[in-house]
Design a protein. Structure first.
Length: 371
């Protein structure tokens, strides 16, 4: 198949959507499909044209990383997508922001059109009356809408589109994300926490910082934060004000391809999100056989329970500290990590994700896509 993808996010930009799209496209290309991605050019090192892991990539100018910049990028991306649309068998947009190119191409060339719902932003849009008509307009031409959590799938169904929709968990390359040698400093008797999150409000990192004094009153510990974002200065100031600047260490952005040793070096990986679809970082940590402590929101309880980690109340530093402390003290912690890896292999492997999409595309091409 010739699969033409549009995604507003793609490496070298870091993040969950980027990781999902890259992994899926790489897996499809490895199966012999011709995969082309049209995306935005937002990061240094992102060439306008390149072939990456067997994927043809076309990056289009994006003036800024905000709503106006993404709107401008969406419009500028249309010619690049349409120019490649005639040769394609299937169009696949990742996030609703990426639908304009496929919609315009569909006016000229009728092809099966798939849109994947990914993010908490889309979830909020689906729940806000002012955005629901916009979503209906942008999604009404889709033939199928997979979503990365049950909650997102329910939001899609609430729009009343009459389009095939279903949840599909993000896929992880479990051959790459696996137990490896630890890549974080270790000190005897010091527990190591790790959070791999963008430094933005929705990811709840302030509550992890606020939990650290409570955790440190019970045990010696250090928390590493991997990620970049506008809250970096605020979070560092918060750590200083709480007297835990030495125990909260900021590592900045780390490429997805170098993450396994960081996960392997953690006793517990923490996902303190306030809203979440299905965290790829959580699944990657689980694939590295690490137990995960996550907030009880969105799609996180779909992948994490007390057999592979723990759940705590969102925006509640006291509950976060208590649950993480109990997890660190548990004699079952390493067994939880092993069960976590087994769960990802069973339910969220990259092979399964690729298989689901291949079967979906084949169904749509054979005319079985509409309900």
């Amino acid at each position: 198949m010739r699969i033409l993808v549009q995604s507003i996010y793609f490496p070298p930009r870091l993040g969950g959507v980027e990781s999902h799209v890259h992994s899926l496209c790489k897996g499809l290309a490895a199966h012999g499909h011709e995969v082309t991605v049209v995306t935005s050019r937002t990061e240094e090192g992102g060439a306008a044209h390149e072939t990456l892991d067997g994927i043809r990539v076309r990056r289009v100018y994006c003036p800024s990383k905000n709503l106006l910049g993404w709107i401008v990028n969406a419009v500028l991306t249309v010619p690049a997508f349409v120019a490649r649309a005639r040769r394609a068998d299937v169009y696949h947009a990742h996030t609703v922001q990426s639908t304009l190119g496929p919609i315009v191409a569909g006016l000229f060339f009728r092809r099966p059109f798939v849109v994947t719902f990914h993010t908490s932003h889309e979830l909020r849009m689906a729940r806000e009356p002012r955005w629901r008509p916009v979503l209906r307009l942008l999604l009404s031409r889709a033939d199928a809408i997979p979503s990365t959590s049950i909650e997102l799938d329910e939001a899609v169904r609430s729009l009343g589109l009459g389009v095939r929709s279903f949840p599909v968990v993000n896929g992880v390359d479990t051959d790459f994300f696996r137990p490896v040698a630890a890549g974080l400093p270790r000190e005897p008797g010091v527990a190591v926490l790790l959070a791999v999150r963008r430094l933005v409000p929705k990811n709840g990192l302030r509550y992890l910082v606020e939990a650290m004094p409570l955790l440190l009153s019970r045990r010696r510990a250090v928390c590493y934060l991997i990620g970049e974002g506008p809250l970096e200065g605020e979070l560092k100031a918060l750590a200083r004000s709480r007297g835990v600047e030495g125990a909260v260490r900021f590592l900045g952005g780390v490429a997805n391809a170098t993450l396994p040793p960081y996960f392997a070096g953690a006793d517990v990986v923490v996902v303190p999100s306030l809203v979440e679809a299905t965290s790829i970082a959580a699944l990657e940590a689980m694939a590295c056989a690490r137990p995960v402590a996550a907030s009880r929101v969105g799609g996180l309880p779909e992948i994490i329970d007390e057999s592979v980690g723990t759940l705590f109340e969102p925006a509640n530093p006291a509950d976060l500290a208590e649950r993480v402390d109990a997890l660190l003290a548990s004699p079952e912690r390493e067994a939880m990590g092993a069960r976590a890896r087994a769960r990802v292999i069973e339910r969220a492997s990259l092979a399964a994700l690729v298989d689901v999409h291949e079967r979906l595309f084949e169904d749509l091409l054979s005319g079985r896509g509409r309900p």
